[in-house]
Design a protein around this ligand. Structure first.
Ligand code: SF4
Length: 366
Protein backbone atom coordinates (compact mmCIF):
# COMPACT_ATOMS: atom_id res chain seq x y z
CA UNK A 1 0.00 0.00 0.00
CA UNK A 2 1.20 3.47 -0.85
CA UNK A 3 1.61 5.24 2.52
CA UNK A 4 0.84 8.57 0.88
CA UNK A 5 -2.72 7.34 0.34
CA UNK A 6 -3.21 7.06 4.10
CA UNK A 7 -1.76 10.53 4.65
CA UNK A 8 -3.91 12.08 1.92
CA UNK A 9 -6.93 9.77 1.58
CA UNK A 10 -8.98 12.32 -0.40
CA UNK A 11 -6.52 12.24 -3.32
CA UNK A 12 -7.94 10.69 -6.46
CA UNK A 13 -5.26 7.99 -6.44
CA UNK A 14 -6.12 7.01 -2.87
CA UNK A 15 -9.79 6.68 -3.68
CA UNK A 16 -8.95 4.63 -6.76
CA UNK A 17 -6.71 2.40 -4.66
CA UNK A 18 -9.56 1.70 -2.25
CA UNK A 19 -11.89 0.96 -5.16
CA UNK A 20 -9.39 -1.33 -6.87
CA UNK A 21 -8.56 -3.18 -3.67
CA UNK A 22 -12.03 -4.71 -3.73
CA UNK A 23 -12.55 -3.92 -0.04
CA UNK A 24 -16.20 -4.30 0.90
CA UNK A 25 -16.98 -1.46 3.32
CA UNK A 26 -20.18 -3.16 4.50
CA UNK A 27 -18.18 -6.26 5.39
CA UNK A 28 -15.64 -4.13 7.26
CA UNK A 29 -18.45 -2.64 9.32
CA UNK A 30 -20.10 -6.00 9.94
CA UNK A 31 -16.77 -7.45 11.05
CA UNK A 32 -15.97 -4.55 13.37
CA UNK A 33 -12.78 -3.80 11.48
CA UNK A 34 -10.46 -1.30 13.22
CA UNK A 35 -10.97 1.09 10.29
CA UNK A 36 -14.57 1.57 11.46
CA UNK A 37 -13.49 2.75 14.90
CA UNK A 38 -10.84 4.96 13.30
CA UNK A 39 -13.53 6.39 10.97
CA UNK A 40 -15.72 7.14 13.97
CA UNK A 41 -12.77 8.76 15.69
CA UNK A 42 -12.14 10.80 12.55
CA UNK A 43 -15.60 12.36 12.81
CA UNK A 44 -15.52 12.66 16.59
CA UNK A 45 -12.21 14.52 16.53
CA UNK A 46 -13.48 16.71 13.68
CA UNK A 47 -16.52 17.73 15.74
CA UNK A 48 -14.71 18.18 19.03
CA UNK A 49 -11.14 19.17 18.14
CA UNK A 50 -11.23 20.45 14.58
CA UNK A 51 -8.74 17.82 13.41
CA UNK A 52 -8.91 14.28 12.06
CA UNK A 53 -5.53 13.27 13.44
CA UNK A 54 -5.71 10.16 15.60
CA UNK A 55 -5.52 10.85 19.32
CA UNK A 56 -2.94 8.05 19.50
CA UNK A 57 -1.48 7.34 16.02
CA UNK A 58 0.22 4.19 17.34
CA UNK A 59 -3.20 2.56 17.58
CA UNK A 60 -3.69 2.50 13.82
CA UNK A 61 -1.76 1.34 10.79
CA UNK A 62 -1.80 2.96 7.35
CA UNK A 63 -4.52 0.61 6.14
CA UNK A 64 -6.82 1.60 9.03
CA UNK A 65 -6.21 5.26 8.25
CA UNK A 66 -6.87 4.90 4.53
CA UNK A 67 -10.06 2.85 4.93
CA UNK A 68 -11.30 5.06 7.74
CA UNK A 69 -11.80 7.86 5.22
CA UNK A 70 -14.63 6.25 3.22
CA UNK A 71 -16.10 4.99 6.51
CA UNK A 72 -16.05 8.55 7.84
CA UNK A 73 -17.86 9.74 4.71
CA UNK A 74 -20.58 7.18 5.32
CA UNK A 75 -20.87 8.22 8.96
CA UNK A 76 -21.09 11.92 8.22
CA UNK A 77 -23.68 11.21 5.53
CA UNK A 78 -25.78 9.26 8.00
CA UNK A 79 -25.55 12.17 10.43
CA UNK A 80 -27.29 14.16 7.70
CA UNK A 81 -26.35 17.54 9.14
CA UNK A 82 -24.90 20.47 7.23
CA UNK A 83 -23.04 21.55 10.35
CA UNK A 84 -21.41 18.12 10.62
CA UNK A 85 -20.34 18.12 6.97
CA UNK A 86 -18.88 21.61 7.29
CA UNK A 87 -17.00 20.78 10.47
CA UNK A 88 -15.75 17.52 9.05
CA UNK A 89 -14.55 19.00 5.75
CA UNK A 90 -12.88 21.87 7.59
CA UNK A 91 -11.11 19.43 9.94
CA UNK A 92 -9.87 17.28 7.03
CA UNK A 93 -8.64 20.45 5.31
CA UNK A 94 -6.92 21.73 8.45
CA UNK A 95 -5.20 18.40 9.02
CA UNK A 96 -4.11 18.14 5.40
CA UNK A 97 -2.82 21.72 5.52
CA UNK A 98 -0.65 20.93 8.51
CA UNK A 99 0.67 17.84 6.77
CA UNK A 100 1.39 19.30 3.36
CA UNK A 101 3.00 22.47 4.70
CA UNK A 102 5.26 20.21 6.75
CA UNK A 103 6.02 18.13 3.64
CA UNK A 104 6.63 21.12 1.39
CA UNK A 105 8.80 22.98 3.84
CA UNK A 106 11.14 20.01 4.29
CA UNK A 107 14.30 20.46 2.28
CA UNK A 108 14.28 16.89 1.06
CA UNK A 109 10.64 17.18 -0.12
CA UNK A 110 9.15 13.79 -0.81
CA UNK A 111 12.33 12.11 -1.86
CA UNK A 112 13.10 10.25 1.34
CA UNK A 113 9.67 9.47 2.72
CA UNK A 114 7.11 8.06 0.27
CA UNK A 115 4.20 9.15 2.46
CA UNK A 116 5.11 12.79 1.88
CA UNK A 117 4.23 14.94 -1.08
CA UNK A 118 6.07 17.52 -3.14
CA UNK A 119 4.65 20.73 -4.51
CA UNK A 120 4.26 19.58 -8.12
CA UNK A 121 2.28 16.51 -7.12
CA UNK A 122 0.05 18.56 -4.84
CA UNK A 123 -0.63 21.11 -7.56
CA UNK A 124 -1.34 18.37 -10.10
CA UNK A 125 -3.87 16.85 -7.71
CA UNK A 126 -5.95 20.01 -7.96
CA UNK A 127 -5.24 20.73 -11.64
CA UNK A 128 -3.15 23.73 -10.67
CA UNK A 129 0.19 22.65 -12.11
CA UNK A 130 -0.16 24.95 -15.12
CA UNK A 131 -1.75 27.76 -13.12
CA UNK A 132 1.21 28.46 -10.81
CA UNK A 133 4.62 29.80 -11.72
CA UNK A 134 7.42 31.03 -9.51
CA UNK A 135 8.49 34.64 -9.81
CA UNK A 136 12.12 35.24 -10.62
CA UNK A 137 13.56 36.37 -7.29
CA UNK A 138 14.76 39.94 -7.07
CA UNK A 139 18.20 40.61 -5.56
CA UNK A 140 18.14 39.79 -1.86
CA UNK A 141 14.76 38.08 -2.10
CA UNK A 142 14.51 34.36 -1.23
CA UNK A 143 13.64 32.10 -4.15
CA UNK A 144 10.10 30.75 -4.17
CA UNK A 145 8.66 33.44 -1.90
CA UNK A 146 6.50 35.00 -4.59
CA UNK A 147 4.35 33.16 -7.11
CA UNK A 148 1.94 34.03 -9.88
CA UNK A 149 -1.38 32.20 -9.94
CA UNK A 150 -3.97 32.22 -12.73
CA UNK A 151 -6.82 34.50 -11.75
CA UNK A 152 -9.44 31.81 -12.42
CA UNK A 153 -7.80 29.43 -9.96
CA UNK A 154 -7.39 32.26 -7.47
CA UNK A 155 -11.06 33.17 -7.59
CA UNK A 156 -12.10 29.52 -7.36
CA UNK A 157 -10.74 29.18 -3.89
CA UNK A 158 -10.49 32.59 -2.27
CA UNK A 159 -13.23 33.26 0.26
CA UNK A 160 -14.95 36.62 0.64
CA UNK A 161 -14.61 36.32 4.44
CA UNK A 162 -10.81 36.33 4.35
CA UNK A 163 -10.60 40.09 4.37
CA UNK A 164 -9.60 42.96 2.13
CA UNK A 165 -6.06 41.68 1.49
CA UNK A 166 -7.53 38.91 -0.60
CA UNK A 167 -9.77 41.13 -2.72
CA UNK A 168 -8.67 41.22 -6.32
CA UNK A 169 -8.66 45.01 -6.38
CA UNK A 170 -5.94 44.94 -3.71
CA UNK A 171 -3.75 42.49 -5.65
CA UNK A 172 -1.19 42.80 -8.38
CA UNK A 173 -2.91 41.39 -11.43
CA UNK A 174 -0.86 41.12 -14.62
CA UNK A 175 -1.72 39.20 -17.77
CA UNK A 176 -4.41 37.14 -16.03
CA UNK A 177 -2.16 36.18 -13.12
CA UNK A 178 -2.35 37.23 -9.48
CA UNK A 179 0.80 37.70 -7.41
CA UNK A 180 0.67 35.71 -4.18
CA UNK A 181 3.06 34.61 -1.48
CA UNK A 182 3.92 30.94 -1.06
CA UNK A 183 1.96 30.74 2.22
CA UNK A 184 -1.07 32.17 0.46
CA UNK A 185 -0.88 29.36 -2.06
CA UNK A 186 -0.99 26.94 0.87
CA UNK A 187 -4.09 28.69 2.20
CA UNK A 188 -5.79 28.32 -1.17
CA UNK A 189 -4.80 24.67 -1.34
CA UNK A 190 -6.33 24.14 2.08
CA UNK A 191 -9.57 25.50 0.68
CA UNK A 192 -9.25 23.17 -2.29
CA UNK A 193 -8.96 20.20 0.08
CA UNK A 194 -12.04 21.32 2.00
CA UNK A 195 -14.02 21.60 -1.24
CA UNK A 196 -12.81 18.16 -2.34
CA UNK A 197 -13.82 16.55 0.95
CA UNK A 198 -17.22 18.24 1.10
CA UNK A 199 -18.02 17.36 -2.50
CA UNK A 200 -20.98 14.99 -2.62
CA UNK A 201 -21.61 15.05 1.13
CA UNK A 202 -23.92 14.06 2.58
CA UNK A 203 -24.59 11.35 0.01
CA UNK A 204 -27.69 9.25 -0.15
CA UNK A 205 -27.98 5.57 -0.82
CA UNK A 206 -26.37 4.10 2.29
CA UNK A 207 -28.17 0.79 2.65
CA UNK A 208 -30.51 0.26 5.59
CA UNK A 209 -28.44 -2.70 6.72
CA UNK A 210 -25.25 -0.66 6.80
CA UNK A 211 -27.01 2.20 8.59
CA UNK A 212 -28.32 -0.27 11.17
CA UNK A 213 -24.82 -1.68 11.72
CA UNK A 214 -23.53 1.85 12.36
CA UNK A 215 -26.40 2.86 14.63
CA UNK A 216 -24.32 2.97 17.83
CA UNK A 217 -21.60 5.11 16.20
CA UNK A 218 -24.20 7.46 14.75
CA UNK A 219 -26.00 7.84 18.09
CA UNK A 220 -22.73 8.80 19.79
CA UNK A 221 -21.83 11.29 17.10
CA UNK A 222 -25.31 12.84 17.13
CA UNK A 223 -25.00 13.51 20.84
CA UNK A 224 -21.65 15.17 20.28
CA UNK A 225 -23.00 17.25 17.46
CA UNK A 226 -26.03 18.30 19.46
CA UNK A 227 -23.90 19.74 22.22
CA UNK A 228 -21.60 21.64 19.86
CA UNK A 229 -23.57 22.87 16.91
CA UNK A 230 -26.28 24.87 18.60
CA UNK A 231 -27.49 27.38 16.08
CA UNK A 232 -27.66 30.94 17.26
CA UNK A 233 -28.42 32.55 13.93
CA UNK A 234 -32.10 31.66 13.69
CA UNK A 235 -34.03 34.85 13.15
CA UNK A 236 -37.61 33.69 12.54
CA UNK A 237 -39.78 32.80 15.52
CA UNK A 238 -42.82 30.80 14.45
CA UNK A 239 -44.14 28.56 17.27
CA UNK A 240 -45.99 26.47 14.68
CA UNK A 241 -42.66 24.80 13.97
CA UNK A 242 -41.42 24.46 17.54
CA UNK A 243 -40.58 20.89 18.53
CA UNK A 244 -43.26 19.15 20.60
CA UNK A 245 -41.33 19.51 23.87
CA UNK A 246 -41.01 23.30 23.59
CA UNK A 247 -44.46 23.70 22.13
CA UNK A 248 -45.89 21.94 25.20
CA UNK A 249 -43.81 24.10 27.55
CA UNK A 250 -44.94 27.26 25.78
CA UNK A 251 -48.58 26.20 26.09
CA UNK A 252 -48.14 25.46 29.78
CA UNK A 253 -46.54 28.84 30.39
CA UNK A 254 -49.25 30.64 28.45
CA UNK A 255 -51.90 28.76 30.47
CA UNK A 256 -50.41 30.27 33.60
CA UNK A 257 -49.01 27.00 34.93
CA UNK A 258 -46.05 27.43 37.24
CA UNK A 259 -43.12 25.73 35.50
CA UNK A 260 -40.45 23.89 37.44
CA UNK A 261 -36.85 25.10 37.20
CA UNK A 262 -35.84 22.65 34.47
CA UNK A 263 -38.90 23.37 32.38
CA UNK A 264 -38.50 27.14 32.78
CA UNK A 265 -34.79 27.01 31.96
CA UNK A 266 -35.44 24.84 28.90
CA UNK A 267 -38.11 27.17 27.56
CA UNK A 268 -36.24 30.42 28.19
CA UNK A 269 -32.90 29.18 26.89
CA UNK A 270 -34.63 27.95 23.75
CA UNK A 271 -36.25 31.35 23.22
CA UNK A 272 -32.94 33.09 23.88
CA UNK A 273 -31.40 30.70 21.35
CA UNK A 274 -33.90 32.09 18.82
CA UNK A 275 -32.48 35.53 19.57
CA UNK A 276 -35.56 36.82 21.36
CA UNK A 277 -34.79 39.44 23.98
CA UNK A 278 -36.22 39.33 27.49
CA UNK A 279 -39.13 41.63 26.66
CA UNK A 280 -40.13 39.47 23.71
CA UNK A 281 -39.79 36.34 25.83
CA UNK A 282 -42.20 37.84 28.35
CA UNK A 283 -44.63 38.67 25.56
CA UNK A 284 -44.60 35.23 23.98
CA UNK A 285 -44.74 33.23 27.23
CA UNK A 286 -46.69 35.44 29.63
CA UNK A 287 -44.12 34.63 32.32
CA UNK A 288 -43.34 37.09 35.08
CA UNK A 289 -41.20 39.91 33.56
CA UNK A 290 -38.86 40.19 36.54
CA UNK A 291 -38.15 36.48 36.45
CA UNK A 292 -37.53 36.47 32.69
CA UNK A 293 -35.18 39.46 32.85
CA UNK A 294 -33.27 37.82 35.69
CA UNK A 295 -33.01 34.47 33.84
CA UNK A 296 -31.94 36.11 30.60
CA UNK A 297 -29.17 37.78 32.57
CA UNK A 298 -27.81 34.31 33.34
CA UNK A 299 -28.33 33.01 29.85
CA UNK A 300 -26.18 35.63 28.12
CA UNK A 301 -22.85 36.89 29.27
CA UNK A 302 -21.54 40.42 28.76
CA UNK A 303 -20.16 39.58 25.33
CA UNK A 304 -23.61 38.43 24.23
CA UNK A 305 -22.56 34.76 24.18
CA UNK A 306 -25.55 32.51 24.62
CA UNK A 307 -25.78 29.67 27.10
CA UNK A 308 -26.94 26.83 24.86
CA UNK A 309 -30.37 25.35 25.40
CA UNK A 310 -30.36 21.72 26.55
CA UNK A 311 -30.05 18.98 23.97
CA UNK A 312 -32.73 16.36 23.44
CA UNK A 313 -30.83 13.93 25.61
CA UNK A 314 -30.87 16.39 28.51
CA UNK A 315 -34.54 17.22 27.96
CA UNK A 316 -35.16 13.48 28.09
CA UNK A 317 -33.50 13.24 31.48
CA UNK A 318 -35.65 16.20 32.64
CA UNK A 319 -38.74 14.22 31.63
CA UNK A 320 -39.74 16.92 29.13
CA UNK A 321 -39.29 15.01 25.88
CA UNK A 322 -41.91 12.90 24.17
CA UNK A 323 -39.71 12.17 21.10
CA UNK A 324 -42.78 12.02 18.90
CA UNK A 325 -42.29 9.66 15.92
CA UNK A 326 -38.70 9.14 17.08
CA UNK A 327 -37.70 12.47 15.52
CA UNK A 328 -34.67 12.64 17.80
CA UNK A 329 -33.02 10.25 15.37
CA UNK A 330 -32.95 13.00 12.71
CA UNK A 331 -32.50 16.12 14.85
CA UNK A 332 -30.81 15.65 18.22
CA UNK A 333 -31.29 19.20 19.42
CA UNK A 334 -34.53 21.21 19.69
CA UNK A 335 -32.93 24.13 17.84
CA UNK A 336 -31.81 21.84 15.05
CA UNK A 337 -35.30 20.31 14.90
CA UNK A 338 -36.82 23.79 14.66
CA UNK A 339 -34.29 24.95 12.08
CA UNK A 340 -34.95 21.88 9.98
CA UNK A 341 -38.73 22.35 10.17
CA UNK A 342 -38.36 25.97 9.06
CA UNK A 343 -36.22 24.94 6.10
CA UNK A 344 -38.73 22.29 5.07
CA UNK A 345 -41.75 24.59 5.38
CA UNK A 346 -43.28 26.53 2.52
CA UNK A 347 -42.01 30.10 3.11
CA UNK A 348 -45.58 31.38 2.62
CA UNK A 349 -46.63 29.30 5.63
CA UNK A 350 -44.01 30.76 7.95
CA UNK A 351 -44.94 33.90 9.88
CA UNK A 352 -42.74 35.42 12.52
CA UNK A 353 -44.63 35.60 15.79
CA UNK A 354 -43.66 39.27 16.10
CA UNK A 355 -45.53 40.04 12.89
CA UNK A 356 -48.73 38.35 13.95
CA UNK A 357 -49.83 40.73 16.63
CA UNK A 358 -50.21 37.78 19.03
CA UNK A 359 -49.27 40.00 21.91
CA UNK A 360 -51.26 42.99 23.05
CA UNK A 361 -49.85 46.25 24.30
CA UNK A 362 -48.90 44.98 27.74
CA UNK A 363 -47.12 42.00 26.31
CA UNK A 364 -49.76 39.44 27.22
CA UNK A 365 -50.26 36.82 24.52
CA UNK A 366 -53.62 36.98 22.83
S1 SF4 B 1 -36.61 14.68 20.68
FE1 SF4 B 1 -35.77 16.67 21.15
S2 SF4 B 1 -36.99 18.09 20.00
FE2 SF4 B 1 -38.12 16.20 20.08
S3 SF4 B 1 -39.48 16.39 21.84
FE3 SF4 B 1 -37.60 15.40 22.52
S4 SF4 B 1 -36.32 17.04 23.27
FE4 SF4 B 1 -37.89 17.94 22.03
Amino acid sequence: MNPRHARYPFFAAAREAVGESGVDLAALVADGDPAVERGRERIERALTEGTVEAADPREWDARDDLLSYPIARILVSLLDSRAAVEKYAEAEARTAYRRFTEDLERDDGARRDPSRIDRDALLREFDLADAVRAEDPKPGQPAGKWLWLGVGAYLSYVDADWGDDWRLVNRELVGGEVRIEREELYRLLREAVGDRVAEGLPFEGVSDDLAAELEAEIADLRDLLADRSVRSDIEVVDPTYFPPCLSALLDRARDGEELGPHARFSLLSFLAGLNLDAEEAVAITGLDPDLVVERFGYLRDESGAQYPPPSCRTLGTYGLCDNEHNHRSVAPHPLEYYSRKLREADPDDVTDWRDRGDADADGTPA
